[in-house]
Unconditional design. Sequence first.
Length: 493
Amino acid sequence: MVGIAAWGAYAPRLRLSRKAAATANAWVAPNLMGKAKGERSMANWDEDALTMAVEAGRDALGPGDDRSAIDSLYFASTTAPFADRLNAGVVAAALTLEKQLSATDVTGSQRCGLTALAQAWIAVAGGGAAQSLVIAADHRRARAASAQELDFGDGAAAFLITPDGGAAEVLGYGVVTDDFVDHFRSADQEFDYSWEERWIRDEGIAKLVPPVIAKALATAKVEASAVTHFCFPSTFAGMAATLAKGAGIPAEAVRDNLASTLGETGCAHALVMLAHTLEQAKPGDLILVAQFGQGAEAMLLKVGEGVAAARPARGVTGSLADRKEETNYLKFLFFNGLVEWEKGMRAEKDNKTALTTLYRNSDQILGLVGGRCRETGVVQYPRTRISVAPNNPAVDTQDPYKFADRTATILTWSADFLTYSMSPPNHYGTVVFEGGGRIFMDITDVEQGDVETGMAVRMAFRLKEVDEKRGFRRYFWKAVPDRTANAQALAAE
């Protein structure tokens, strides 16, 4: 019964209008107007593969404080920000997982999302792990006026694998590794170089994917005609339907690849499609998910009785609903570092990070863990040796207290056009938490006029600053409007 016990997903709120992007580039690439339909997810300037991974992981794990049962983490990405720093370690710290866990970065191929899921399943099935958390996230950059710019999307998905996963049980698995180079990106390059579409489609996908589908079905002793849902990410129109027809999978089983609403989220997309399927599937359904990249992998799962209870608070469905159309193509270019722009003198400062301070205060900075006084119950951030409790400044009486999933509201705020910001005005203010505690912090995913005193907010793990001189990224938590809670409050008035 080893399988999925819980899952989650995340996509940025911004959605770049493909029509706006194609129109802006029509003078140089009129062929792109053929792709000017729908929208793609667009990361904010302070989002990357790590921040999206953390948000997907939070969605999968829920708000509970106890995460001690998770003893392994697999983070899959082809766009992780650090080449020689354990990216999975940053994710683990932000999710406040135990330090005694095994954390692994999985990368190097567009199928590494499904690879990570398979490795976690094998580890739990073999007794090498009690519970494994798998997260895949990608934030791919593409050249301006390219087809990839419109095809790509940003997003993440997460799955918790346990010995008795009640949401979906893994029945079969197939894999093949073959150095078929459909595209590549060298270590010193920023963008992918892709080969000719017909070659990739006919010689690559059409020949490498069917055998792994057959293998997954054969090991599970399941006929292709019994498959209820078939997930295969591809930017080639009709590719999944062609594979399904060749394998004997019913045409109605082919899942929407979310191309028109989300775009292709890289190595995470097979898992994003799987997450979306689980949100709509019924117990007993059979889900076949496959992914291509220097070979191929396929996994067959049977939906369990616990699937309804395991559905996440946000998931893919919630991410698709929480959207804001962005028609400013120039903003997309700025946020992705595709243009050189004048930032002004206020941006001219040294952003060197004190690594000693980061290490000593890792749980407070990356995990947003404060303190709660055992004697008075007073909650505070940051955690200090001396309690801030009135009339009782006790020493060394504080236990760790997690703020990241606490309900909060805006007490004071400012929209500042004078300070440097990637998305002016720069919003910041004092956030008050239910149960005690307040933090002065940035407010993100807002525009001028969006913020009000008393507005409900939630915490989001985001990029704080980039040290461009040394190539280091500093992360912290920011306040994001809780639009569902604010809408409910408005309706109740």
